[in-house]
Design a binder for this molecule. Structure first.
Ligand SMILES: C[S@@+](CC[C@H](N)C(=O)[O-])C[C@H]1O[C@@H](n2cnc3c(N)ncnc32)[C@H](O)[C@@H]1O
Length: 246
């Protein structure tokens, strides 16, 4: 990825849509967890949801990502919040995680499973789950049929594997899980929590790179992604799926 990409994305509170209320709702859907559950947060990014989870539970969290600057950002917050005993970060590739089988009560992944693929992630991460464990993942999902052509073109370019809820529920079932709950993230989780800070960063960088057409192109792509969401939020969104082994 280019330097400008990281200049846009480093030091933001979130690297994907999400909010505390949604993390809380997903976590609270998991019934009968042990008092101090062990949680694996995959693709944790700068770790906003990791810290929210630390607030929602007395359990321990292993937060993994393959991008070190995000882990360093999270480490600073872990230290400043005195969470070192319960939250540890680890550089790891979600394609080749190396934990003992049945290590975790909960596997969490907000806005990141698409890197490995919804089905591949659910299948390959299952071995790390304790028998009564849960998985909570948010995944970009088609919310309505017949999107306007412009929206279709944009998202078919950005994420051609995107399915509707029914398609994802079929994958959940065939991968040996049952659904506990699913819900769509509110628009504020995108526009305020994710795109808000990102837009401020993009505006600053447009000034810095005013004479650099390549950088301006990357910045314009960020604008067009945000505008596409604003226009077509009814058609696509992040859906949280909370599931357990069946
Ligand atoms: C869209 S961001 C979401 C981050 C965070 N969960 C959030 O919601 O703010 C996806 C994250 O997945 C991480 N990632 C991408 N490929 C990965 C891989 N192969 N292994 C581990 N993490 C990966 C990225 O570095 C990034 O932090």
């Amino acid at each position: 990825m280019s330097d400008i990409f990281f200049e846009i994305h480093n030091d933001n509170p979130r690297e994907g849509p999400g909010n505390f209320e949604s993390t809380k709702r997903a976590f609270q859907a998991m019934k009968n967890l042990p008092g101090k559950p062990s949680i694996l947060d995959i693709g944790c990014g700068p770790g906003k949801q990791t810290l929210d989870l630390a607030q929602l539970t007395k359990g321990s969290i292993t937060a993994v990502d393959n991008h070190e600057p995000f882990l360093a950002q999270l480490d600073k917050l872990v230290i400043s919040q005195g969470l070192q005993k319960r939250v540890r970060t680890m550089k790891a590739d979600m394609f080749s995680l190396n934990f003992p089988p049945r290590s975790f009560d909960v596997i969490w992944s907000e806005g990141a499973i698409y890197f490995i693929g919804f089905e591949a992630g659910l299948r390959s991460w299952k071995r790390f789950l304790k028998p009564k464990g849960y998985i909570a993942v948010s995944e970009l999902t088609r919310l309505k049929t017949n999107p306007p052509q412009e929206a279709k073109d944009f998202w078919e370019g950005a994420y051609p594997a995107m399915r509707d809820v029914t398609g994802n529920l079929a994958i959940i079932d065939s991968a040996g899980y049952s659904l506990i709950e699913n819900f769509t993230l509110p628009e504020s989780a995108w526009l305020e929590e994710y795109y808000g800070p990102l837009q401020k960063r993009v505006e600053k960088l447009k000034v810095k790179y005013q004479n650099n057409p390549e950088a301006l192109k990357v910045l314009a792509a960020e604008d067009s992604e945000r505008e596409s969401y604003r226009k077509y939020a009814a058609y696509y969104g992040y859906v949280f799926y909370i599931i357990k082994q069946s």
